[in-house]
Each structure stands twice: as C-alpha cells, then as structure tokens.
Write a protein that binds this ligand. Structure first.
Ligand code: ADP
Ligand code: MG
Length: 749
C-alpha cells in the first residue's frame, strides 16, 4: 500500500462503517474495514506529526523528503533531487492539524453512522513513534485540546443518547501474537473469537463488557486499560507498540421516530403491543502495532515471530482493503457500463427522433417546392403578358413616329453617328491606356538613375512603379517607346490629370504614377500645379485608403514640394494636415519615406516655419521614427536639419527669438540618439542640426541637460567633414554656457 511508505513520521488512519444487519455474511466478516457510511468505501487519511525534540536536536531533515499538499490531498516523498513518488489520500493532515480537526475529519463521520446503527472502525497505522497512540489514545488530562479520538468519540456518543432508554458498553482488548488479552481484566488472557455461522457476526464472549454512564467513568476505564496493558507487556516481555489495542464501543439506542410513534399509537388503539425499536451500532477504535518491517527492525527469535505475526495481521488488513477497493472499482466500472448503455439508447432514440423530424421536414420542403413551382408559372405568364404589351406599344409608337416624320431614315442616321462617336472615344481610351503602360516602363528606367544627383527627390528608387502586365501594349512590343515627355506632349497634361479621377482604380494608379514621374522633373512642376495636379494629388491623400495610391501621391507631392512656390501652395491647401494624417496611418516604410520626404522639403522654407509647426509637421516627422527603416529616418533627419537651418538663420537675422521649436516639440532626444548613427546620411543631417541648434544661447541649457554637449564635443573631434567639425568647434567655444560646462567637466575642445 502506498501509504505504508510514508511512515517514517506519519501515521495513517483508516475509517469505515458497515450496516450490520443488512450485509450478507461474507461482507460482515470484513465489517472492520468494509464500508464508509458516506461513499461505501474505506477512507484513508495521513497525518504528519511535528518533529520532536530529539529530531530537532539531531537536525533531521525529513521536512525535506516529505512534501504535503493538503489542498491536493497528496503526499510527495522525494527519492532524490530529481525524483519523487506521489500518493493520494482522502485527507492529508499536516503537523499543524489539531487533535480536534483530526477527529472531525476522520472519526466524527464514523461515530455519526454508529449512532445510526452501523458498525464503524477507525484504525491508526504506522511505524512506532509516528503518533498513532497520540492520535487515537491521548486522554488529555492536563490539556483538553490534546484529547484523542477515543475520548472525543465517547463524548459525542454520550451527547447523542438518552441515559434512560439507551446504553453504551465498552470492551478494551489487546491482540498480541494471535491471542487476545482483556485489558479490563488481566486474568482473562486468552479470549476466544466466535463467529456466528448464520449472521457472520464476530463476538468475544469472554471479554469484559462495562457499561458507561458518563465521560469520567470512560476515562477511568481507559486509564485502567492502559495500566493493565503495561503490566501485561512486562509479563510478556514486550512493548505496547508490538501489540494491537482495540476499543469496542457498543451503542444501543432506542429509536424515536415520528412514523414509528404513529404506528405505535395505531397498534395501541387496536390492542396489539409492538416492542420498542432498538438501534445497535458498534464502534471499534484500533491502535495498531508498529508497522516497521522485519528486515529493518533487526528482529530475531521471539521478536521475529512477533514481527511476523504483526505483519501477518497487517497484510490481512491490506488484503481486506484491497478486496474492498477492487469491489469499489468493479461497482464503478459497472455504473460506467450502465451509463454507457443508457447513453447509447438515448443516442438511438435521438437518431430516430431526428429521422422522424427530418421526414416531416421533407414533407414541408415538398410542399414549399410545389408552391414555388406555381409561383414560377404565374410569373412566366405575367412576363409573357408584359412582352406582348411592349411589342404592341413598340408597333404603336413606330406608327405614330412614321405619321409625324415622313423621313424615318433621319433618326436612324443620328443613331449611327452616335455609335460612330462612341467607337472613336473607345479607341482613344485604348490608346491612352497603352500609353500609360509605356510611361510605367519609362518610370522603371527613371528609377535606375543614381541617387546622388538629387537627394531632395525621395521618389527616386521608388520600387512601386512596375508596369502592370495587362497594361503592356502592342506599341510596346513594336519597341516604340515614348518618353514621359512625349506622352505628356501627345496626350496633354490635362488629360493625364483628369485620369486621376477615373473610376477605374487601375487607370488611377497608372495616372498617379505618371504624374509623380512628371513631377520629378523641375520643368514640369509648375505646369502640373497650374493644371490643378497638386489639388488632385492632395485629394487622393484625403480620400484614399489604398496604400499604393497614397504612397505614390505622397511621392508626387514630395517632388512638387521641392519647388518653393509649390511649398506655399501645399501649405495653403492644408497639405501638412493631410501628410500628418498619412504619416499616422501608414505602415509601409516606402509610404512613410515619401511623406517624410515631402515634409522635409517643406521644412526648408523660411516662410513656413511657424505654420508647419503649428499644423503638426514636426510632430508628424518625429512620429515616423517608429518605423526604423533607414530611408525614413534619413528623410526625418533631413527635415530636422532643414528646419534647424531656417530657424538658425531667422534667429541670426533677429526675426526670431526664443527656444527652438524643435526642442519645444521634443525632437532633442531623437537628435542626440541619432547624432552618431551608423547610417552616414542620417548622421550628417543630425550633426548639422545639432550645430545649428547650438549656435543660439537660448537652446544651450536644454542641449546640455539633454546630453547634446557630448555629441558636439565628439563632432568637433571626429566628424569626417572638415566644415562641420570646424562649425562644432566654433559653436562650443563661442558659447559661454558651453564653456563653463566644459570647464566643470574638465573637457578640452
Ligand atoms: P506511536 O503510537 O505511533 O508509536 P506515539 O503516539 O507514541 O507514536 O508518538 C510518539 C511521540 O510523538 C510521542 O512523544 C508523542 O507525544 C509525539 N507525538 C506524536 N504525534 C504528535 C503530534 N501530532 N503533536 C505533538 N506530538 C506528537
Ligand atoms: Mg503507540
């Protein structure tokens, strides 16, 4: 049994109860361990006693190898650092569990069933010294909280009977080496066990039975029994821990039941007398002998015989429990089987029901189908009728027309002309489409130009200009490649711009690509804006969720924003707000790069500084650093450098006072962080921005507290560009605040 291994310092308690008169003989034989009054099985609890003084002094480490998990009702025994065995119990009682709690959890339910006429047993099991006697046999003379199970059980029984009608009698015995001694009368040392062949009831006719009237007499009896036990063991030359001690409590309780009262009254009225009903229950509390193993106890001779006998009785007990367990398992399996059968039957019933329902459903469907068929016929008839009326109407109007206009052919002519016009227009659309496709190819070429020539054009290198396959035209196959300018001349800018509002999304995308590419050439920019292209592009930013269109539109705006006059127009048309909005919504780094590029261009306009800032341009720029793409970051850095340059210029000219708007909008931490960026383009822009900011005394304090001084010192020493290096050095030496800080830090520039 699993529990047997946990007993270096724990005692096990087994409890059971059985209903004497209802069980067949075979069951009565194991009444001692048979049935739990509640669930019909043996319940096993484990109790761990606290370390005693000796163990504490010896610094024994059992706390390390026994791990109680009371909430899981588990005990874990650690074998070594990486392995442990886990045992489950009905109750797990820790070293902090009180005697009261142990009684209530383990024994009280058994005592209650004994009072209802069942037989119940509580057994303490475990190695010597683990606390069996403490748990079941403590009298609690000095300290009532220490009372054990025997004393508490008697208290409960006494409290639940009435002395006039009921009775309690007690026997106290010791079982040693297969023989039973009477602990209430030591002379009686070989009591025989008698089993009633008919009822299976086990009795000990030779044992002393004492009536119990009150708790006091019971305690005296227990004390007497204990004294006799010591004496008997001295005589037998053994210790009390080598024998089993059994307390048997017989309870006879007359039943006071309402129904029975009524019956009695009835019986009396018809003159027959019924004997009063008596409920008999038996409680057995056993303090078992130590369970230590033979080979571990080092027993020899007499001691060996004794140990064998103890272990024989313990293994019989184990067998009983196992048998009971098997029975419970069988019962369990049986109920599962029954449930499964029920379930199958239910399933079948359900299936039949479903079939019946389905059948009903089929009928309904057929009915509906018929109705539908009727409806279809009716509709067809109605349609035919309408067609007939239409034909009549047509003939009638033709006759009327012929009557009014003698030359019926003229209408026909007008119609023909219209259709001719339509064909022409369609042809024109086709040509335009193929030309658009060509432009895309051109754009492809533009993309492959080296970047260095025009760093303000973020659109160069744009990878979204691949021509769509279905737009590839016959003209293209002929190898005849019109340039953007050619197309522009052939088709006219106005027409291209009008395509920006096309219903066809494909046409729109291509049109915006063409416009973006045209916008990249300085010569076209003015024309595009004049023809209303800027407004159309801004409109696209405002109305489109499509990321491709927004990206290209932003690119085109960025190109247009290279031109100073256009910058003002973009601002006037609310472009900053639209760009800021796109900056917040977009996720694609290329879109962000276009937007950042457009704003960066606007940042370089002296006239627009205040407005750019108040409409959220700087914040939008800084917001885009969330995308760590170096292309986006370098546009952001360019914008900041442009802005710082304009601010610095205005401050030098005296047209502007106060701290930098960049610092106000919280750009400094990002600037400091990126001053030494690994990307040379970003680093160069940021270094320039720092030098511009540092030239104005109003910014110096914030720059020092923000850590910019270190960066300036570094720039003044290591910057690869001679001019920037000199600028940084000049800046640091010309500011008195920087100077004093440098002195304080003992840094020389
Ligand atoms: P067993 O009957 O199993 O041989 P005992 O009941 O004689 O063991 O207990 C051995 C020692 O441990 C005794 O000194 C007893 O007082 C002490 N002891 C046992 N259980 C507890 C407990 N829960 N709290 C305090 N002391 C205990
Ligand atoms: Mg003991």
């Amino acid at each position: 049994m699993a529990a047997a291994r946990a007993n270096r310092n724990g005692a096990n308690l087994r409890t059971s109860a059985s209903f004497k008169s209802k069980l067949p003989p075979s069951n009565v034989r194991r009444s001692g361990v048979a049935v739990d009054s509640v669930s019909g099985r043996v319940r096993v609890a484990v109790r761990l006693r606290p370390q005693n003084t000796e163990e504490l002094v010896a610094d024994a480490d059992f706390a390390d190898c026994v791990d109680l998990q009371p909430e899981l009702k588990r005990l874990k025994l650690r074998k070594n650092n990486w392995d442990s065995d886990t045992y489950e119990f009905d109750e797990v009682l820790t070293e902090f569990a009180s005697q009261k709690r142990v009684y209530e959890v383990v024994a009280k339910p058994v005592v209650e069933s004994v009072l209802e006429g069942y037989n119940g047993t509580v057994m303490a099991y475990g190695q010597t010294g683990t606390g069996k006697t403490y748990t079941v046999g403590r009298l609690g003379d000095e300290d009532t909280s220490a009372r054990g199970i025997m004393v508490r059980a008697m208290e409960d029984i006494l409290a639940n009977i009435s002395p006039e009608t009921d009775s309690i009698s007690v026997s106290f015995l010791q079982l040693y080496m297969e023989s039973i001694q009477d602990l209430l009368n030591p002379a009686n040392d070989n009591i025989s066990i008698v089993e009633d062949q008919k009822t299976g009831d086990v009795s000990l006719p030779g044992a002393t039975v004492c009536e119990i009237r009150d708790q006091q007499s019971f305690i005296q009896l227990l004390r007497l029994g204990e004294a006799h036990r010591i004496a008997a063991n001295t005589k037998l030359n053994t210790e009390s821990s080598r024998s089993h001690a059994l307390l048997m409590v017989h309870v006879k309780k007359s039943v006071v039941d309402r129904d029975e009262f009524c019956l009695e009254a009835q019986n009396r009225s018809i003159g027959t007398l019924r004997p009063p009903i008596l409920r008999k229950g038996k409680l057995i509390v056993v303090d078992l002998a130590g369970s230590e193993r033979i080979h571990k106890s080092g027993s020899e001779g007499h001691m060996l015989e004794e140990a064998k006998s103890i272990n024989l009785s313990l293994s019989s007990l184990g067998k009983c429990i196992n048998e009971e367990k098997t029975k419970c398992q069988m019962d369990y399996m049986e109920s599962i089987k029954k449930l499964e059968e029920k379930w199958t039957i239910n399933q079948q019933k359900h299936a039949i029901n479903a079939e019946i329902n389905n059948g009903a459903g089929d009928e309904k469907v057929a009915e509906l189908k018929r109705l539908l068929q009727d409806e279809v016929c009716l509709r067809k008839a109605a349609e035919d009728e309408i067609q007939k009326i239409k034909n009549q109407l047509y003939r009638f109007s033709k006759m009327e027309l012929a009557g009014r206009n003698s030359d019926g052919f003229s209408i026909h002519q007008v119609l023909e002309e219209e259709s001719c016009q339509k064909k022409k227009l369609e042809e024109e659309v086709r040509v335009l489409r193929s030309q658009l496709a060509q432009i895309s190819i051109e754009a492809h070429q533009v993309r492959s130009y080296p970047d260095g020539s025009n760093s303000a054009n973020p659109l160069l290198g744009l990878d979204s200009l691949e021509p769509l396959n279905q737009m590839r035209s016959r003209d293209c196959d002929n190898g005849e490649r019109a340039s953007i300018t050619n197309l522009h001349e052939q088709v006219g800018l106005q027409k291209i711009l009008s395509l920006l509002q096309s219903e066809d999304a494909n046409v729109q995308i291509h049109a915006v690509k063409v416009v973006a590419n045209l916008a990249a050439e300085e010569g076209n920019q003015e024309k595009i804006v004049e023809a209303g292209g800027l407004t159309s592009l801004l409109m696209l930013l405002r109305t489109y969720d499509d990321e491709t269109i927004r990206r290209i539109a932003a690119g085109a705006i960025a190109n247009l924003a290279m031109n100073e006059a256009n910058q003002e127009l973009i601002m006037a048309q609310g472009g900053i707000c639209l760009l800021a909005m796109t900056a917040t919504d977009a996720e694609d780094p290329q879109t962000l790069r276009m937007v950042a590029g457009a704003i960066a261009n606007l940042c370089g306009n002296d006239k627009l500084q205040m407005r750019l800032r108040s409409e959220g341009g700087i914040k939008a720029l800084l917001g885009m650093v969330r995308c760590r793409h170096p292309d986006v970051l370098s546009q952001v850095a360019r914008g900041i450098a442009n802005f710082a340059k304009c601010e610095s210029r205005a401050s030098s000219q005296g047209s502007r006072h106060g701290r930098s708007l960049l610092i106000d909008d919280g750009a400094l931490p990002w600037i400091v962080q990126n001053a030494n960026s690994e990307a040379s383009l970003i680093r160069r822009h940021v270094e320039l921005a720092l030098c511009h900011l540092a030239q104005h005394e109003v910014n110096v304090k914030d720059m020092i507290s923000g850590g910019a001084l270190w960066e300036l010192v570094r720039i003044s020493r290591d910057c690869s560009r001679e001019d920037i290096r000199a600028l940084a050095r000049r800046t640091l030496t010309s500011s008195s605040t920087f100077q004093s800080e440098l002195r304080r830090l003992r840094i020389e520039v």
